[in-house]
Design a protein around this ligand. Structure first.
Ligand code: AOF
Ligand code: ZN
Length: 392
């Protein structure tokens, strides 16, 4: 394998932005002013992408075209390669529609050449669901070599197609760009094995951790760019959860106004008292049949019920009450938090709750990412599992 020096673009990007005082320079990498010694610290010896990785990357690009529209199915992409050239591409668009492999292979009428290789981001399915099994179709079409990204976590399929294809004499390898292929479907991966949706906690907060705006001041703590950035998440989830107080106070629309979404995400309102303004937008607008109200139910019970309705991902948008419950009950799978450079004091804490008795029991983030957006910082991360913490 050949090796190249490769600057970790992202690390440089973040390190340079931290030091930046120029709000106009948001996310572009900036090498000026970076001491040479620091530059070399970040130079990493990494393997050049192999041919398999290159084509799996192309299959991932296909898969991403379905992100946000395939639920409750995963987003999957495929490419067919002949002598180092992609001759067909395909992706899964919506549940009930063609799977990625079928979409790709159907683009060729002719017999598939013996040297052709099929790259697919997820292990092909092996039994009939809404559609016929892809493994059989691949064998029938005479594909001789298959490269798989991630194994399908669906208990109905997990590992079966690998056995079927090998038994039919197909040359097969798995695990190419496995992490990328897995992460693409983080919501599906949780829901299909647990029956509960993947929970993303999202909010904008002040430097002192408050959600609320100072009375009489501007309506928002975070910048417009942060809010546009945050809005894009809505296009990728099946439901948005808020507490009744958010409806009473802000009368939000909770709709997707940008992005590829086919259906409006469910709007889920949690209330103890049942007191909700009848003329709130969510009960009156064109999407009103996509509003669900849960009265006096624990967040966990709500999530279970949503999972039964094939809701694979939820976005908790506030207020402090719901976010705190989610934190205290350890129901969060991912956070996306926008911190604005402002101290408000008082008001509603984003994550009040009971808190952890000991620092050791606090919820730590795994793989946190920091992105500067205008004057704000967007922090994303995955809470560490208890097992990761005890292993440290
Ligand atoms: C594939 N290729 O593109 C996708 C797969 O009900 P069905 O027939 O649509 O099957 C859904 C299941 O198939 C889904 O839960 C997941 O395990 C797998 N998704 N498989 O071979 C695809 N989207
Ligand atoms: Zn399939």
């Amino acid at each position: 394998m050949s090796w190249i020096f490769y600057a970790k673009y992202e690390t440089l990007l973040h390190s340079s932005n931290w030091g930046s005082s120029n709000p106009a320079r948001q996310c572009d990498a900036d090498f000026t002013g970076l001491p040479l010694v620091r530059l070399f610290t970040y130079l990493r010896l990494v393997p050049q992408q192999s041919t398999d990785e290159k084509f799996m990357q192309a299959a991932l690009v296909e898969a991403e075209k379905g992100s946000g529209t395939t639920s409750p199915n995963p987003a999957v992409g495929a490419v067919l390669v002949l002598r180092n050239r992609i001759i067909a591409r395909g992706h899964h668009r919506f549940a009930g529609g063609d799977h990625a492999e079928i979409d790709c292979l159907r683009k060729l009428d002719d017999p598939i050449p013996a040297e052709a290789v099929l790259y697919v981001t997820l292990e092909p399915c092996s039994t009939r669901g809404r559609t016929a099994p892809c493994a059989n179709f691949i064998i029938q079409r005479g594909v001789r070599r298959v490269v798989i990204g991630a194994v399908d976590p669906n208990p109905k399929h997990r590992g079966r197609a690998i056995g079927l294809l090998r038994a039919a004499g197909v040359d097969l390898i798995t695990g190419v760009l496995e992490d990328e292929c897995t992460r693409l479907n983080e919501a599906f991966n949780k829901w299909i094995v647990s029956g509960e949706p993947f929970v993303i906690a999202k909010c904008g907060m002040s430097l002192d951790g408050y959600l609320t705006r100072p009375p009489g001041e501007t309506r928002w703590l975070t910048s417009e760019s942060s809010r546009t950035h945050a809005h894009q998440l809505r296009a990728l989830v099946d439901a948005i959860i808020v507490g009744a107080e958010t409806i009473r106070r802000d009368n939000p629309r909770l709709t997707v106004r940008k992005g590829p979404r086919r259906a409006q995400p469910w709007r889920v309102i949690l209330t103890k008292s049942g007191r909700l303004p009848r003329n709130a937008t969510i009960f009156r607008d064109a999407k009103k049949e996509r509003t669900l109200v849960y009265r006096n139910r624990s967040l966990r019970a709500v999530l279970r019920d949503l999972g039964r309705r094939e809701i694979t991902s939820v976005l908790i948008e506030g207020g402090g009450d719901v976010l705190s419950q989610a934190l205290d009950q350890r129901l969060i799978d991912k956070v996306q938090i926008y911190v604005a450079p402002i101290f408000t004091g008082g008001g509603v804490l984003a994550f009040g709750g009971k808190g952890a008795a000991l620092t050791q029991q606090s919820l730590r983030m795994d793989s946190p990412r920091y992105e500067r957006i205008s004057q704000d910082i967007c922090i994303t991360g995955y809470p560490k599992k208890a097992t990761d913490i005890t292993a440290e």
